[in-house]
Write a protein that binds this ligand. Structure first.
Ligand SMILES: Nc1nc2c(c(=O)[nH]1)N[C@H]1C(S)=C(S)[C@@H](COP(=O)(O)OP(=O)(O)OC[C@H]3O[C@@H](n4cnc5c(=O)[nH]c(N)nc54)[C@H](O)[C@@H]3O)O[C@H]1N2
Ligand SMILES: Nc1nc2c(c(=O)[nH]1)N[C@H]1C(S)=C(S)[C@@H](COP(=O)(O)OP(=O)(O)OC[C@H]3O[C@@H](n4cnc5c(=O)[nH]c(N)nc54)[C@H](O)[C@@H]3O)O[C@H]1N2
Ligand SMILES: [Mo]
Length: 760
């Protein structure tokens, strides 16, 4: 039997603190995930469902975007993938009677955890203007309402079409096509808050905004640097790849302000040895200050340049541009300034240099710790400089590895979900579909919030996600959303974005990855692209959560017909009937997808081309890989303040909260905690267990406050603090974004801690 959802809320947030762990995964992890899964879907469904995850004939895990190995285990999922599956395959339901019992004003008082725990959405629901509760609505009427609002706009650019990265390639392709036939490039997506900095930096330097390594490359490398990433929680299957690399002789350096358990030691539940003792993963831990990475890599680059025979001269001559200018800038890197910016010891950096010089094949992996700072783009460019110096791009066992988040976030971009589409992409789209595509760039996430806030955008449509909770500056974002005329969410589960609405609102329930997708043309499958550019099919098997649910492609196809009417010559009905016809079009529009239907029928899928990786060709403006020489920056920290990073606990998937524990960090039963170095706490006159308000300080002078956090002494780098997202999004100013990529700088928020009363 599956357990009942909680009826009370707020769930008592009463954190208990234990010692942090020094190893990840292993049997406790498997037991923990099965418990969560069984509460949601009972024993039998748990077993049936989990065995299908990431199998060649099964569905793609709706968790992270880590690739599947060629040789798969029966249980090719991880603890957190199991939680993601359970969250979707749950037997709990949110039906129209639930909405009658819970008016919007009531939903708005509930925690994200409570909302998510209520179960799957089953019916299209409508909140009329001035009404207090959502009421059931037919799909026909729902599409009619959206068409009315879109028709009434002065310009198509007053509509915003958001995507979260779980959307399949097929749905994403139709969605962007619909938005562009409607007349706008306003296609912000979760990438804008995530790996946009990686895309910006990589496109400029190597010509392709994606990672250049395969799983095989990782297994074969000599040195893997993991910077700003917590794979033990967020990409647990990556630990198996790191373990395999180590077995083949690789060394691992991890660069992080926090000692993350998964990187220290990994107990692989799929090998007998792993179960018993586990493998130590990290050979060198560089406990860096938040935002110190650019300075660190710049100094390493200087030291490499100074070492006789260390640079790959032939590669640099043949394949790169801007070397001289970069070498001049790097020569200025200074030990004292770097030690101050990074908080590291000289000896640790010297040890890192020895390991770098000993490696012929180096990979750098990174995630949000590098992408969510003001200077993220120059930081990632410096990582590219570092790899270029020793010819580590386009060589087996070496390269750049931005580890993506959402399971199809990379594919959505490939399909054209992007507010700044390349002209060549629009040309191909126009040719295929006989319409004139808008050329002006659209809004990204931050610009979309400003447009809603200022009344320049009036309709907000979301294909998945939880825009209100995921976005920065919660109060500003919520006020912006409430100004919209209509907000629409295509969703699987209830979340806060359904409770903070425009004048009118719609919730459109959709199928998840795990569910059977039957259309009039027969059973359908969809495709996804993983973090390493592998494309493969995903087939759900479970009975859909309700008979009313429509698939995402069906929703877009019907919406497009209703909104575009006679003005479209695109065969939307065909697309809905048979997704193979969508793939035929993708094959003609997007390079690398030739013979898409045929190639994706192979169980292991196929790899998209990547010019730098495959042929050391760099499709940049200069035709070469570009060295860049930005000035070194790092966050300034005023006296008596801390730099706060907002990050994920072990029991959450972005804004979806699975539970209240962060097991590896030793936090139980609570999320309102702030991790502070004991010496910093003492310096501020604060102590472990005390409650504080977090107050963010930004140059606009506005006070942003997150009240009531339990202070936890934690071995983080000096001057740095950490607390969970999305509770702390209220502290991230809308205008505090990364240069160039415009990604919210949610890993470097200057805060002061004010003593607060303990909760009653
Ligand atoms: N279970 C689970 N899996 C997930 C997700 C989830 O929420 N739950 N989310 C998915 C998504 S969308 C994404 S984008 C990824 C996110 O994956 P991660 O990027 O691993 O997620 P975060 O929790 O934000 O962790 C950031 C890490 O970077 C470190 N860090 C922070 N600032 C710095 C810095 O300045 N320098 C360095 N060197 N390190 C720093 C932090 O200490 C932390 O270890 O995970 C994906 N997978
Ligand atoms: N402060 C701070 N803010 C951050 C971050 C941070 O580290 N710190 N990280 C940022 C990052 S990396 C990201 S990616 C964003 C995430 O931003 P989003 O992608 O917008 O947020 P999620 O929490 O992943 O979205 C969860 C919702 O997606 C819906 N959903 C789940 N599966 C499906 C599906 O198959 N189809 C549809 N249609 N809906 C589905 C459910 O209704 C669920 O409630 O947040 C960003 N915000
Ligand atoms: Mo992400």
């Amino acid at each position: 039997m599956a357990g009942k959802p909680p009826t009370e809320d707020p769930v008592q947030d009463a954190p208990r603190v234990e010692q942090p762990h020094h190893a990840a995964a292993g049997l406790p992890a498997v037991g923990h995930s099965l418990r969560i899964a069984q509460q949601q879907m009972g024993v039998r469904r748990t077993a049936l469902t989990l065995l299908r995850v990431n199998q060649k004939n099964g569905f793609d895990c709706p968790g992270c975007a880590w690739p599947e190995p060629g040789k798969r285990h029966t249980a090719e999922f991880c603890e957190n993938g199991a939680k993601a599956v359970a969250e979707e395959a749950t037997l709990r339901r949110v039906t129209p009677s639930f909405f009658a019992e819970h008016p919007v004003a009531d939903l708005a008082t509930r925690s994200g955890y409570w909302l998510g725990q209520q179960g799957r959405l089953t019916h299209p629901m409508y909140l009329p203007e001035g009404a207090s509760a959502y009421e059931p609505v037919t799909w026909e009427r729902a599409f009619g309402i959206i068409a009315e609002e879109l028709d009434a706009l002065t310009s198509p650019d007053e509509a915003v079409f958001y995507t979260s990265g779980r959307t399949s390639n097929e749905a994403a392709f139709l969605y962007q096509l619909f938005a562009r036939e409607f007349g706008t490039n306003n296609l912000p997506d979760c990438s804008n808050m995530c790996h946009e900095s990686s895309g910006s930096a990589l496109t400029e330097t190597i010509g392709v905004g994606k990672g250049s390594v395969s799983l095989e490359d990782l297994h074969r490398s000599d040195l893997i640097i993991v910077a700003g990433q917590n794979p033990g929680t967020n990409h647990p299957r990556m630990l198996s790849a790191l373990e395999e690399a180590k077995n083949n002789g690789a060394k691992i350096i991890s660069i992080n302000p926090l000692p993350e358990a998964g990187l220290e030691r990994f107990k692989n539940p799929q090998t007998p040895k792993g179960l018993a003792k586990g493998a130590a993963l990290t050979d060198l831990f560089l406990q860096i200050r938040l935002g110190g990475d650019q300075a660190l890599f710049r100094l390493l680059n200087k030291l490499i340049l100074r070492t006789e025979g260390a640079v790959d001269e032939e590669f640099i001559r043949e394949h790169t541009h801007g070397y001289e200018e970069f070498a001049t800038a790097a020569a200025e890197a200074d030990w004292d300034a770097t030690l101050a910016a990074t908080g590291l010891d000289r000896s640790a950096i010297e040890e890192a240099l020895r390991m770098v010089l000993a490696s012929r094949r180096t990979v750098v992996c990174w995630a949000m710790g590098l992408t969510q700072h003001k200077h993220s783009v120059p930081t990632i460019r410096e990582v590219v400089n570092f790899l270029l110096l020793r010819g580590n791009i386009g060589r087996p066992g070496a390269g750049v590895c931005p580890v993506r988040g959402h399971s199809n976030v990379q594919g959505d971009r490939t399909m054209g979900v992007f507010e700044r589409p390349a002209p060549a992409f629009l040309d191909a789209l126009e040719k295929e579909f006989a319409f004139t595509a808008p050329r002006e760039h659209g809004y990204d996430v931050v610009r979309a919030i400003r447009a809603l806030r200022d009344g320049d955008a009036k309709v907000f449509f979301a294909m998945g996600g939880n825009f209100v909770s995921a976005s920065p500056d919660t109060d500003v974002t919520e006020a912006a959303m409430r100004r919209a005329g209509l907000t629409v969410h295509v969703s699987t589960k209830l979340n806060r974005s359904h409770a903070v609405t425009g004048a009118r609102a719609l919730i459109l329930p959709t199928l998840g990855r795990t569910e059977r997708d039957l259309q009039s043309g027969g059973p359908q499958f969809v495709t996804v692209e993983d973090s390493m550019g592998m494309v493969h099919a995903s087939r759900g098997r479970l009975e859909p959560a309700g008979p009313e649910l429509l698939s995402e492609p069906a929703i877009v196809a019907r919406l497009a017909q209703r909104v575009l009417g006679d003005s479209t010559s695109t065969p939307w009905q065909e697309f809905e009937k048979d997704y193979g016809t969508i793939r035929d079009r993708i094959a003609r529009v997007i390079p690398g997808f030739e013979d898409f239907n045929e190639r994706v029928s192979r169980p292991e899928g196929f790899a998209l081309p990547h010019a730098p990786r495959d042929e050391r060709r760099f499709p940049t403006a200069t035709g070469k890989a570009n060295f860049t020489a930005a000035p070194v920056e790092h966050p300034e920290l005023p006296e008596g303040r801390l730099l706060l990073q907002t990050l994920r606990s072990h029991d959450q998937y972005n804004t979806t909260i699975y539970g209240l524990d962060d097991r590896y960090r030793g936090i139980k039963n609570g999320r309102r905690v702030v991790l502070v170095n004991a010496d910093d706490a003492r310096g501020l006159g604060l102590s472990d267990g005390q409650y504080v308000d977090l107050v963010s300080e930004w140059k606009d002078g506005v006070e942003r406050r997150a009240p009531g956090f339990r202070l936890v002494h934690y071995p983080t780098a000096r001057g740095c603090a950490a607390a969970y997202y999305p509770e702390t999004n209220v502290l991230v100013p809308l205008d505090a974004t990364a240069d160039t990529s415009n990604t919210p700088a949610s890993k470097s928020v200057v805060v002061r801690l004010e003593p607060a009363p303990a909760p009653a």
